[in-house]
Ligand binder design. Structure first.
Ligand code: GLU
Length: 385
């Protein structure tokens, strides 16, 4: 059996952390098994679905490195759903209700399915009553569309968030009515905020694109997302995509809620940065540095913070005058600093450039600020000394 999984986001918002985590699980499982993965834009809700969100979802998945073999858009599949709805109407599994909507004739039975994560789950379907599956033959609702698509695409495994468990019995009833094979279900735990409430905007950024903008590496993002509800059962915490594919195991998805902890994500990011080449690291440092307020705006300098330890203001001033003739020549500045005392030269130089007690070394600052701006900043320091 060839494994076929799916990523079925609704384009009603930017790609959410939770959807990205579930997409990743589907990707890892398909790749591990040499299977196929389908991205399906579930845009049947015409009012809330937006093109820009669909674009964001595609871009975010690309950025994360979560590829797919096929793309579908539900709004383009109306004929397919119609065919199924008409067939169901004909065989009496569904009926047109007085309100005009199409309802499923609930057989009022017990549905039992085995979830890979949660074991046996049983539902009494009578609670669901004769639920609506379409507004009319041309306007299917979520449950009908999703079951038809999964069946038509030969989806073998449905890996999704546990908020969909309660949808499963309706979907199984529809599957049985259209004669579809039941896929294997795995419902992953919800992603929670550190206070164990449902992760939402009030806890910070919830869209993948926000983390991209904050300077996180995609490698770090997928590593951290993979750990939200899954771990290989070893001490390993840092993984590449290849390692994740190799080690991913549906049976190791946890039941308990997964806590999204931005501090942990930052740590994972740092670990991935360490693995990059020094040149790439430097490039990244410069990119994030450009966003610092003391790079964008000239700092206010405190004359009392200008000198290193007991070095006098007069001597500090002389050093800066000398150094200002050497900028941006790192070697010349270093040679001079070694003669006069590294701290005596490099501290005031760094402070003159950033106005911060803590900042990257002066050579990095000069590289970001450029020669002219660096010289101007040092001049200003000299003036107040
Ligand atoms: N479109 C649904 C969502 O965005 C997913 C449906 C499914 O996984 O079956 O939550």
């Amino acid at each position: 059996m060839k494994v076929i999984t799916r990523i079925p986001p609704s384009p009603t918002g930017n790609l959410h952390i939770g959807t990205a985590r579930t997409a990743l699980f589907n990707y890892l499982f398909a790749k591990k098994n040499g299977g196929k993965i389908i991205l399906r834009s579930e845009d049947t809700d015409r009012e809330r679905s937006k093109k820009e969100f669909e674009e964001n979802i595609i871009e975010s998945l690309n950025w994360l490195g979560i590829g797919y073999d096929e793309f579908q858009r539900q709004s383009e599949r109306g004929e397919i759903y119609k065919k199924y709805i008409e067939k169901l109407l004909k065989d009496g599994s569904v009926y047109e209700a007085e309100e005009g909507v199409i309802r499923f004739k609930n057989p009022n039975t017990r549905i039992k399915f085995t979830d890979v994560v949660r074991g046996d789950i049983e539902f009494d379907t009578s609670d669901l009553e004769n639920f609506v599956i379409a507004k009319n033959v041309s306007e299917p609702l979520y449950h009908l569309a999703v079951v038809v698509d999964d069946h038509e695409s030969g989806i073998t495994h449905i890996i999704r968030g546990e908020d969909h468990i309660s949808n499963t019995p309706r979907q199984i009833l529809i599957q049985e009515a259209i004669g579809a094979t039941r896929p294997i279900y795995a419902h992953a735990p919800l992603i929670l905020a550190p206070d164990r409430s449902k992760l939402s905007k009030r806890h910070g950024a919830t869209a993948v694109i926000d983390y991209q903008a904050k300077g996180y590496l995609p490698e770090a993002m997928i590593n951290y997302l993979a750990l939200l509800g899954w771990n290989p059962g070893t001490d390993q915490e840092i993984f590449t995509m290849e390692e994740l594919i190799k080690q991913f195991d549906l049976n190791k998805i946890q039941k308990g809620g997964a806590i999204f902890d931005e501090k942990k994500l930052a740590w994972v990011n740092k670990e991935h940065i360490k693995r990059l080449s020094p040149e790439v690291q430097k490039g990244m440092q410069i990119k994030t540095l450009k966003e610092e307020h003391y790079i964008k705006n000239r700092p206010d300098l405190d004359v009392e913070k200008m000198s290193w330890k007991n070095f006098s203001k007069e001597d500090t001033k002389k050093c800066l005058e000398e150094v200002n003739k050497l900028i941006p020549d790192t070697d010349a500045i270093m040679k001079y600093a070694e003669r006069v005392g590294k701290g005596n030269v490099l501290w005031p130089l760094r402070y003159a450039l950033s106005g911060e007690e803590k900042s990257p070394d002066p050579f990095t600052l000069i590289a970001v600020l450029g020669k002219d701006e660096s010289i101007s900043r040092v001049k200003k320091a000299i003036e107040i000394l």
